[in-house]
Design a protein around this ligand. Structure first.
Ligand SMILES: [Zn+2]
Length: 116
């Protein structure tokens, strides 16, 4: 199905609830003309991405490159490019890699604390 791209230059947006069972959390629409702008991710997904990225930072800070195999190195590049958005399979791989290199499960909170 082809959907036409709406051009909307209005400033105000509103978040519209999605029907239950939707894969998206909310849809962001123009408050004036109702043009669909984008979907908003579930807050827990956004949180998970944040945690993934923090773990990645932790890995780069605390593990030296010499400890990564070439495959791991390439995989971490992928994780970085996806901005922490991982498929369940990649997520499992990432968690395994983090565990192998000693990333604490609360790495996210540790970094948050040290950033203050
Ligand atoms: Zn509009």
């Amino acid at each position: 199905m082809h959907t036409q791209k709406t051009v909307c230059l209005h400033q105000n947006t509103k978040a519209v609830e999605m029907p239950q069972g939707s894969r998206h959390w909310k849809a962001l629409e123009c408050a004036r003309c109702g043009a669909h702008l984008r979907f908003l991710p579930w807050p827990e997904h956004a949180q998970q991405r944040k945690v993934n990225l923090r773990k990645l930072v932790w890995l780069f800070r605390n593990a030296t490159n010499a400890q990564f195999t070439l495959e791991e190195d390439m995989f971490l590049d992928e994780v970085m490019e996806s901005a922490g958005r991982l498929s369940p399979k990649h997520h499992e791989k990432f968690d395994t890699l983090c565990a192998k290199h000693g990333v604490p499960s609360n790495a996210s909170e540790l970094l948050e604390r040290s950033a203050r």
